[in-house]
Structure formats: structure tokens, C-alpha cells
Design a protein around this ligand. Structure first.
Ligand SMILES: Cc1cc2nc3c(=O)[nH]c(=O)nc-3n(C[C@H](O)[C@H](O)[C@H](O)COP(=O)(O)O)c2cc1C
Length: 246
């Protein structure tokens, strides 16, 4: 398989293939009982983790649930939705607003070049540790917000993420991008998905034994599309409603 990650010159791509993948991705609510090969799941996980993410702090985690008994309990926690009940694999996609520190320091270890520019070293060893730290009960966040308000009178300054709740949004943003990468990757492999936020989070947390600060962004149902898997034709509102030109 070709690895396109580090090509200095952007490789030629094919918009029609991309369009086919994007346009044929639907939220599929019923799957056949055809299994999804491990290799496909692993590739889709790898492609998910190539999603852009804030400061390369990679605030995400993925649980691959294949075991029938756990899958069934999880499907019940997903309110018995058809997508969850018929999926061959369920992938809870988790945001971690609390891993910024260890992942900032990991960047120092995993830097892929011979030498790390001082500005990057400084960022991951000092700036990021300050910038993303909400402090106990968000106390640093409040102080940073006050400082930002003052400094911001004179010049543009970053306006967060400041407190604990802003760190949750911060983590979910990057994690949602990984989720979309994953859905498109499954489609490109010929499989389908349904993202679900209709679940009982307490039960999901218990089944997966999630750590305290982990957030279940969505649960992905994965499988082969059944003939009655798509409920209706796709529609969107007129594009003028969403696009502003300035
Ligand atoms: C964050 C999120 C949560 C969703 N939750 C559910 C869900 O719990 N159950 C479901 O059947 N579909 C769910 N969907 C799918 C949406 O209903 C679907 O994406 C939307 O209707 C557009 O249809 P399409 O995905 O086929 O283009 C969810 C989608 C997103 C992005």
C-alpha cells in the first residue's frame, strides 16, 4: 500500500473518487450479517487518526467492540437502535479533554525530524502546558481569561480554551474530525456506518469502564449496508442558508 504521508510534492488525487465516497456515505440503520475484516477496521482507525487536530495533541481514543456479549449490552445502551443492534462492529469514539499534558510531552519524544526547532520544543514543553491547563476547578482558566481580556484590548490574543468546559469543546472538535475521517474510510472500503449520539451515557461509561474525564463523542455502528439500511433519500437545506460571503 502506498504511504502518502510525507510526499514533498502533493500527489495527484481524484475528485470523482472523493465525491463518490462523500456522496455515498449515508447514515445506515440496518446492516447485513457480513463481518467487517480486522484489516479494514485497523486501516480505518489509522486513517481516523490522521485527522487534523489541535496542536497535534490527539485528544481522542477509540474502543473497538466486536465481542457479541459486549456489543449487545452496548446496543441496549444505544436505546436498542437498529443501527446498533445490527452492526457487526461498534466503535465508541471518545474525546479526552484531560490528556493534553501527557500528549504535549509525547510530542517531544515523537518529533519525526533529526532536531526539534527550539520554538517547537518551547511550545510543547512550556507554552502548551500553560495554555491548555484549566487548573484546579478551572481556576487557571479564569485567571487566563481575565489576563486575555486585558491584553486583548491592545492586540489580538487567543481567547481560550480557558476552563474545564471549554477544554471539553476543544477535545470534541478534534475528535469529531477523526470520526468523519473514519466514516469516509469505511465507505471507501465498501462498508457503511451510522454515527450515534442517541445512547445512555451512564451505561456506556460503565460498560467500557471509561476514565472519569473521557467523553463519549459518538458511537459508530459499522457493517455492510442492508438493502433496507437507508431510510430515505438524502436532502440538505438550500446552500444559501449556510454560506456567507464577506
Ligand atoms: C453527532 C451525530 C449524532 C447522530 N446520532 C444518531 C443517532 O443516534 N441515531 C441515528 O439513527 N442517526 C444519528 N445520526 C445520523 C444523522 O441523523 C444523519 O447524519 C443525518 O440525518 C443526515 O443523514 P446522512 O448522514 O445520511 O447524510 C447522528 C449524526 C451525528 C453527526
Amino acid at each position: 500500500m502506498t504511504d502518502y504521508r510525507d510526499e514533498a510534492v502533493a500527489p495527484a488525487t481524484n475528485i470523482e473518487e472523493f465525491r463518490k465516497v462523500v456522496e455515498s456515505r449515508r447514515s445506515v440503520r440496518r446492516f447485513t450479517d457480513e463481518p467487517v475484516p480486522d484489516a479494514v477496521v485497523e486501516d480505518c482507525l489509522d486513517l481516523a487518526m490522521l485527522a487534523p487536530n489541535s496542536s497535534n495533541l490527539q485528544p481522542w481514543e477509540f474502543y473497538v467492540v466486536r465481542e457479541p456479549e459486549v456489543r449487545q449490552r452496548l446496543a441496549e445502551a444505544c436505546l436498542g437502535q437498529n443501527a446498533a443492534r445490527t452492526a457487526q462492529v461498534l466503535i465508541p469514539i471518545i474525546a479526552r479533554p484531560d490528556t493534553w499534558k501527557q500528549n504535549s510531552l509525547r510530542n517531544l519524544d515523537y518529533w519525526p525530524e533529526e532536531t526539534m526547532p527550539q520554538i517547537v520544543r518551547n511550545y510543547y514543553s512550556k507554552v502548551a502546558l500553560l495554555h491548555y491547563n484549566p487548573g484546579p476547578l478551572g481556576s487557571f482558566g479564569l485567571a487566563k481569561k481575565a489576563l486575555g481580556l486585558l491584553a486583548g484590548l491592545a492586540r489580538p490574543v487567543p481567547r481560550g480554551p480557558y476552563g474545564v468546559s471549554e477544554m471539553k469543546i476543544w477535545a470534541v472538535k478534534s475528535t469529531a474530525l477523526a470520526a468523519e475521517n473514519m466514516m469516509l474510510a469505511f465507505r471507501a472500503h465498501g462498508y457503511d456506518t451510522c454515527p450515534m449520539e442517541g445512547f445512555d451515557e451512564h451505561r456506556v461509561r460503565r460498560i467500557l469502564q471509561l476514565p472519569r474525564h473521557a467523553m463519549v463523542t459518538m458511537i459508530l455502528a459499522v457493517g455492510k449496508r442492508a438493502e433496507d439500511g437507508v431510510y430515505h433519500r438524502r436532502y440538505r437545506f438550500p446552500r444559501e442558508q449556510f454560506i456567507h460571503r464577506v
